[in-house]
Design a binder for this molecule. Structure first.
Ligand code: CO
Length: 140
């Protein structure tokens, strides 16, 4: 597979507004808006950095993947996403290598990206997302 670059770093936060105080006001990153991914019950906020982004993740409700993560582990780095050229080919390659996947089939993430997570048991405990974006130039 071809991994192009780090697409984004997902950070679980209790509140995006509070998160902006650091990422935008202190670090000086530009805030590019929020998007709620209804299926995942999460609101995401993007702060582009070069070819990558910081992505804050706020749970829409406690009973959601990010809500459960926050309850168990508190705020912090939730996942690292790598941009790949072809996510279908990447997933096939991983399956052929016997790598456990959370998503065998890509689903739609924020910004319309096609995404899939690799099981953290395969990655020394890091939740790794693969991400394919068709559009160019929006930095997501
Ligand atoms: Co992500």
């Amino acid at each position: 597979m071809k991994v192009l670059h780090v697409d984004h770093i997902g950070i679980a936060v209790h509140g995006i507004d509070a998160g902006r105080l650091f990422w935008e006001d202190v670090l000086g990153l530009s805030f590019e808006g929020e998007e709620t991914v209804v299926e995942q019950k999460v609101t995401t906020a993007f702060f582009p950095v070069g070819e990558s982004e910081v992505e804050l993740l706020e749970a829409v409700e406690a009973d959601s993947p990010v809500g459960r993560y926050l309850a168990k582990r508190g705020e912090g780095v939730h996942h690292i996403a790598f941009r790949v050229e072809d996510i279908d080919a990447a997933l096939q390659e991983l399956k052929a290598k016997g790598i456990r996947l959370i998503d065998e089939i890509p689903r739609t993430g924020a910004g319309g990206a096609r995404i899939a997570f690799i099981h953290p048991k395969e990655t020394q405990g890091v939740l790794v997302e693969l991400c394919e974006r068709s559009g160019k130039g929006d930095g997501r």
